[in-house]
Design a protein around this ligand. Structure first.
Ligand SMILES: Cc1ncc(COP(=O)(O)O)c(C=O)c1O
Length: 345
């Protein structure tokens, strides 16, 4: 598929350049959600089948990041899933993280200061070089939401392996456009509502099997059982062997849409989406005289951007006084040209 010929599966009302904030659902996700909501409103069905899409989405996510489905837990937020890991690390764990890191990855560790868990932050680009004998765990985003900076995944995973350091990755701004091999890291948590174009409340955590036993399923309920439909009542504790033991019960309707969104990503292919997104991002960068980059998120200095874009009905974000545009599967070369025109770039 050519870079500007993605399937006609989206219906943005205008020029939408803000996927780093939230992604737009493909039509199959939108319609499946409406059907489920309609069934809910009318009380037309039982509920059990609303659990199936969560399992389909879990399997899609596992394929997208190249790990066995048994190693993927589902939950509602990145912070909730990472919180399980942070609550389970030993007292005195020394964490290394980027300094502008999103708080959903940092706060879960910072709240364990009373247990001697410490968090040292350094500029994102210095991360791999700072991994050494004084670090127990490195926590970082694969792609930074504030800047679009893509982490040097290769260098970080090599340095971490060399020093026996646990790796916890937030891939929320990556999975869906950046090919990522989650098997190289201990934990990869991802929210689906951005580049995976799902509703909020659909998050995933891939965990290396060797790390599974150390993480206490602090939020376990009926859905953490091997067969949730057989884990409704009474003792004894009977948790799933797989990462499902870390699940929280799914927000049914949201997962109905998520399963379709992830299926769409799989159908198109992450490599194809990557090339499409990067081609548009780089075309936009060129309009600002910037060198080609490796991210689907572009930061640029565009004075008065908020007002100009708002009056043209273009959705983007301003972060730290700079314009942040995000380029995804539903964007086209026309969007690039129109936005550059509006900005006078
Ligand atoms: C990198 C990153 N991680 C996580 C989230 C969302 O976190 P949570 O799922 O805890 O709400 C965001 C939202 O902006 C994000 O950009």
């Amino acid at each position: 598929m050519g870079s500007d010929r993605m399937p006609d599966l989206w219906e943005p009302a205008g020029t939408y350049l803000n996927t780093a904030s939230y992604g737009l659902p493909p039509k199959p996700a939108w319609y499946a959600l409406q059907d489920a909501l309609d069934d809910w409103r009318g009380g037309r069905t039982s509920w059990e089948h609303w659990g199936i899409p969560g399992e389909e989405a879990r399997a899609s996510f596992a394929r997208l990041v190249g790990v066995p489905v048994e190693t993927v837990a589902i939950g509602a937020t990145v912070s909730g899933l990472v919180g399980l890991v942070a609550a389970s690390v030993p007292e005195g764990t020394r964490v290394l993280a980027p300094d502008v890191e999103f708080t959903s990855l940092l706060f879960p560790f910072l709240v364990h200061q009373h247990r001697g868990v410490s968090v040292r932050t350094v500029p994102a680009r210095d991360l791999s070089g700072e991994i050494g004998p004084d670090v127990d765990l490195v926590a970082f985003s694969a792609v930074q939401m504030a800047t679009g900076e893509v982490a040097d995944l290769e260098a970080i995973s090599l340095a971490a392996a060399e020093h026996g350091v646990m790796t916890v990755v937030d891939a929320t701004q990556a999975v869906g456009w950046l090919p990522l091999d989650a098997g190289r890291f201990d934990v990869v948590a991802t929210h689906g509502y951005k580049w995976l174009m799902s509703p909020r409340g659909t998050a995933y955590m891939a965990i290396r099997p060797e790390r599974m036993d150390m993480v206490v399923p602090q939020a376990a309920g009926w859905y953490a059982g091997e067969d949730p439909l057989a884990t409704f009542f009474g003792r004894p504790l009977r948790l799933a062997e797989s990462a499902r033991r870390l699940d929280t019960s799914p927000a049914w309707y949201m997962w109905v849409a998520a399963a379709q969104s992830l299926a769409t990503v799989e159908q198109i292919g992450v490599d194809t989406i990557h090339d499409h997104d990067i081609a548009l991002a780089n075309r936009f960068r060129a309009g600002f005289g910037l060198e080609p980059g490796n991210s689907a998120i572009v930061m640029s200095d565009a004075p008065g951007a908020s007002e100009k874009l708002a009056s043209a009905g273009i959705q983007a974000a301003v972060r730290g006084g700079r314009l942040r545009t995000s380029w995804h599967v539903y964007n086209t070369a026309e969007h690039v040209e129109r936005t550059l025109d509006v900005l006078g770039a």
